[in-house]
Design a protein around this ligand. Structure first.
Ligand SMILES: Cc1cc2nc3c(=O)[nH]c(=O)nc-3n(C[C@H](O)[C@H](O)[C@H](O)COP(=O)(O)O)c2cc1C
Length: 351
């Protein structure tokens, strides 16, 4: 069994516990809370324009002087900018959900996603302790520029070969995310459906295959999960859903309630959220999309409209909300400090 020293040293933190980034649902309060507690708070920047990145980092820094991480989605090349006809057709499908909730159907946005190069520039200017990325291996130029700014780079793997590719690409640590994890399956070498390895098998194999520290993610919600991850040779853990359930998170009451109520078998893998495979709660929309014939067009990322409907629609009917499959009744704490203390109990060498 390894300890968490390398992860603590890498990020300058006290405990090898990482708050998961939540693209579209991160909260300054929760990120700062986990960093203040001695872990690494992360903030998901999916869809954030550079000005919003700078503003968010100012808010995190106003709340804590401690290290934190920022998270970006790398482009995969399947992103498309729908034009009016496609947009109208897509909106026609979801319009009833907007109407039901009294929310305006959004107009075609000027652009769907910010430019990744502009986002990276903003992250470098912000100088977080770490930049974590999903959906690929960062380019050598990106790694070099980020390292030159004194920022650590963390990649995310769903399979052993993805972890090996990330290490070859120069990352400082690899998040090994098991099939239990909530949110998108961030696979990039094989189809996401063919990369659903559970954490129990994934973590030790990744630890054997790479020399950089492995941070285990997916279904970890209490000291037993943390202890198991370390027993499998992880050197840190990344925890999402258990923190998403707390008062400090940006999840609304219906979402938090759904997290606590959903049994371990209660989530689905669906493409209804964005076109890419993700784990979330079943809703009327995901059920409908499972029945609908698949088309290449469904690989569209929805960007801001999905985010705009997520909060009011969390109870039912709208896009599925992301929660972990495996944690079921383990997500009960409502204070970030309570979750953190519990997780700390599983870190080797900490009493
Ligand atoms: C609402 C939501 C949004 C997420 N967005 C991101 C993201 O933008 N980037 C990322 O690296 N991981 C994202 N994740 C995955 C988490 O970082 C983490 O790996 C996962 O939540 C771990 O599984 P757990 O929820 O079982 O703890 C997201 C998870 C959730 C629940």
């Amino acid at each position: 069994m390894r300890d968490g020293d390398r992860v603590r040293e890498l990020f300058g933190i006290d405990a090898p516990i990482v708050l998961a980034p939540f693209g579209g649902l991160s909260a300054v309060e929760l990120t700062a809370a986990v960093s203040e507690l001695g872990g690494l708070g992360s903030y998901g920047l999916y869809g954030y324009e550079p000005e919003r990145i700078a503003e968010t980092v100012r808010a995190i820094r106003a709340a804590t002087p401690r290290p934190f991480a920022l998270n970006l989605w790398l482009p995969m090349g399947d992103e498309i900018d729908p034009q009016h006809a496609e947009w109208d057709a897509a909106m026609a499908v979801v319009a009833p959900f907007f109407h039901e909730l009294g929310v305006d159907v959004p107009p075609l946005p000027a652009r769907f996603l910010p430019d990744i190069a502009e986002q990276v520039d903003a992250v470098i200017a912000a100088r977080p302790a770490a930049l974590s990325v999903v959906f690929g291996v960062p380019s050598p130029e990106l790694v070099e520029r980020v390292h030159a700014a004194g920022i650590r780079v963390v990649g995310t793997a769903t399979t052993v070969d993805e972890a090996v590719a990330l290490e070859a690409g120069g990352v400082d640590a690899v998040v090994a995310t098991g099939a239990e994890a909530a949110g998108h399956r961030v696979s990039f070498l094989h189809r996401a459906e063919d990369s659903l390895v559970g954490g129990l098998a994934l973590i030790p194999q990744v630890a054997d295959a790479v020399s950089v520290p492995v941070i285990a993610a997916g279904g970890i919600a209490d000291r037993r999960g943390v202890a198991a991850a370390f027993a499998l040779d992880a050197e840190g853990v990344q925890v999402g859903t258990a923190f998403l359930h707390t008062r400090q998170s940006a999840a609304n009451a219906a979402h938090r309630d759904a997290i606590a109520r959903t049994p371990a078998h209660g989530t689905v893998l669906t493409r209804a959220m964005s076109g890419r495979l993700a784990r979330g709660l079943p809703t009327a929309r995901s059920a409908r999309s499972r029945r609908a014939p698949r088309s290449p067009r469904s690989r569209r990322r929805t960007g801001s409209p999905a985010a705009s409907v997520r909060r009011p629609a969390a109870a039912n009917g709208g896009p599925p909300v992301a929660v972990a499959r495996a944690i079921g009744t383990l997500a009960t704490a409502t204070e970030a400090a309570e979750v953190f203390r519990e997780l700390l109990g599983g870190v080797p060498g900490i009493r």
